[in-house]
Design a protein around this ligand. Structure first.
Ligand code: PHB
Length: 250
């Protein structure tokens, strides 16, 4: 791929453009994209126009830009995320119908819990999780499950990094986190009261594909809600998902 005078490739620049979009920043002008991607204005306008032509970005009537449906289509096609989501969805629906609170599926992605799916009802309580959004590994119930089964180097890196508090009850101390991760591996679940928001409790279990933990299945409950029933529902769902994944030879 041809390099610019600054040495970055076209691919680098396109990735930087795409990364300027976030769960809270879904629509931008080409000028804003250029600034946020650190690109000269002319380069940004040209690349954005090419990406709009290809359908990877879309422009609205006011000339503002968002991620294109074509990008979604290509990203999902044959992806691990889609395979997992399809296997999990019927079981997630069952959990959601039984627990009647947010039910979500997350995978480990670049040092964070990335959420592939979230089922909620209008009566469900508070929840900051977004589909295609991330939560920190040390702070969320899903993240704790994923981190407990992550490669040793990632665990070491997280334990050595500053553990930022999202609420007064987030684990911010490496020794406590290390102990919690060992408990998650021993018990096969985690209950994280108030870790992200004081008003909620996250409950999460691992989902395995032929032995390896590939996802975390969780519910977000009101803080004082009983956890035994939701935990039982999650564990049964995880077994169901694992059976579907084991039968799926794709
Ligand atoms: C959690 O997984 O622990 C969690 C996630 C989102 C919330 C609260 C808790 O809003």
């Amino acid at each position: 791929m041809a390099n610019s005078p600054s040495g970055d490739s076209v691919t680098d620049r396109v990735v930087r453009i795409l990364e300027t979009f976030g769960t809270d920043r879904t629509v931008q002008t080409a000028a804003q994209i250029g600034r946020r991607a650190g690109l000269p204005s002319s380069t940004a306008h040209r690349l954005v126009a090419e990406l709009v032509d290809s359908g990877l970005l879309e422009r609205d009537d006011e000339h503002r830009v968002r991620l294109g449906m074509r990008l979604w289509e290509l990203a999902l096609r044959g992806s691990t995320a889609l395979r997992l989501r399809q296997a999990a969805l019927p079981f997630m629906e069952h959990v959601q119908a039984r627990v009647r609170e947010h039910t979500q599926l997350a995978v480990l992605e670049q040092g964070a819990a990335l959420f592939l799916e979230r089922l909620s009802s209008p009566a469900s309580g508070a929840n900051i999780t977004r589909i295609a959004g991330r939560l920190p590994l040390h702070a969320s119930s899903s993240g704790l499950v994923l981190l407990a089964h992550a490669p040793a180097e990632l665990q070491k890196a997280v334990l050595a990094s500053p553990l930022v508090a999202l609420s007064p009850e987030t684990i911010t101390d490496a020794a406590t986190l290390r102990r919690t991760l060992a408990e998650v591996r021993r018990d096969g679940w985690v209950i994280a009261p108030g870790s992200i928001e004081v008003v909620s409790t996250g409950v999460a279990v691992p989902v395995r594909d032929r032995g390896d933990v590939v996802a975390a299945l969780s519910v977000v409950l009101p803080r004082e809600a009983p956890t035994a029933g939701p935990l039982e529902a999650l564990r049964a769902a995880a077994v169901g998902i694992q059976n579907v994944l084991a039968a799926d030879r794709r």
